[in-house]
Design a protein around this ligand. Structure first.
Ligand code: IDP
Ligand code: MG
Length: 137
């Protein structure tokens, strides 16, 4: 089942020089491809739409501040079961609870600065690709 998913390497990943490490893990999965890639500082208007489900939660405003604080890498990954697969590669939201071997488990300690966003369903992937790469939606 070939799918597409939207991945963001968050400002902490770019600032810490972990882009190559994380992209390498994605590239090495058999049959997966990076089909769009861009370094960009995300603007608040896009982030407010992207994180609309979290409006009103205590972490929402600091999250938008953090996500707009410096450049991120936005990409589309295409391949077999990439929606579920990239979420597994990234690990659970809390990096301390995330298993070693996952990106968050290997490199993160702080929940907000957990290095990567990945779409959580095919429906989210469709919406997020439209938001970040409208010409490819
Ligand atoms: P996800 O990125 O694993 O899908 P979500 O629950 O959708 O996690 O939360 C979106 C992002 O908001 C997380 O990746 C993390 O950066 C941040 N976040 C989530 N929960 C908390 C929290 O309790 N404290 C601080 N930041 C949080
Ligand atoms: Mg989420």
């Amino acid at each position: 089942m070939t799918q597409r998913t939207l991945v963001l390497l968050k400002p902490d990943a770019v600032q810490r020089g972990l882009v190559g490490e994380i992209l390498g893990r994605i590239e090495r999965k058999a049959g997966w491809s990076i089909t769009a890639l861009e370094l960009r500082t995300l603007d608040r208007a896009i982030l407010e739409q992207h994180y609309a489900e979290h409006v009103g939660k205590p972490f929402y405003q600091p999250l938008v501040d953090f996500m707009s604080s410096g450049p991120s890498v936005a990409l589309i990954v295409t391949g077999e079961r990439v929606v579920e697969g990239v979420r597994a590669l990234v690990g659970p939201t809390d990096p301390i609870a995330a298993p070693p071997g996952s990106v968050r488990g290997d490199f993160g300690t702080v929940v907000r600065e957990n290095l990567v966003h990945a779409s959580d369903s095919e429906e989210s992937a469709h919406r997020e690709i439209k938001l970040f790469f409208p010409r490819l939606a």
